[in-house]
Design a protein around this ligand. Sequence first.
Ligand SMILES: [Zn+2]
Ligand SMILES: [Zn+2]
Length: 239
Amino acid sequence: MDFKNVFNSIKKTFLWFVFTNHCKYCNALIGENEEMCEDCGKNLPCITGEKCEFCGASKERCGCKKHKMNFDGITAPFYYEKGIKECLKLFKFNGKTHFAHILAEEMSACIQKDFANVKFDFVCYVPFSNVQKIERDYNQSELLAERISTILEIPLKNALVKLFDVKTQHDMPIQQRKGNIYGVYDVRNGVSLKGKTVLLVDDIMTTGETLNNCALIMKIRGAEKVYCATSAVTVKKKK
Ligand SMILES: [Zn+2]
Ligand SMILES: [Zn+2]
């Protein structure tokens, strides 16, 4: 008999009777004063230590070689790894919109810490195309931006438009992705960016090309600074 398994099931049964508090990531029952369960605590890929401003990874894990982007900084609470992958899948595709609250809180803490001296004029998000708006019930990046706007008391602006869709980034070789999305995004008619400092929100930064192109068009249209926040970043491998 596996003693550990028996112990764990007794513990779970005990928790069912005594507590009604749930892990904010996986919904498992936990003790009254806890925020998350033991498994999630061990598996959350938090970004700790000093961050690289170009890729959001810690300086130890940064493999971007300080490749200059069109944005002025990026911050994220998590690496796109382990438990966060599952959370983001549920959040994006399975209607689990409560993750917007959890992730936006973590993101807001990062924004306050890493962009402490920046005064934002407004927060905006990576938009959906008209086709995506029909296909999907909600834009996860918009939900994150809405929450961050409330938490940090920065006005929310629907500043960008996505003019057309391109082949999904994830299944393309890295070389082909570059330049593939130039011209996909533009600034919405009537939105003035002149001299503005903008916080741009997306759910994940993978290659960085989406945020890079959004930042570029905002700067062409007059934005002074564009800072980005995502819930997770993919780390480029060190070469
Ligand atoms: Zn959990
Ligand atoms: Zn880096």
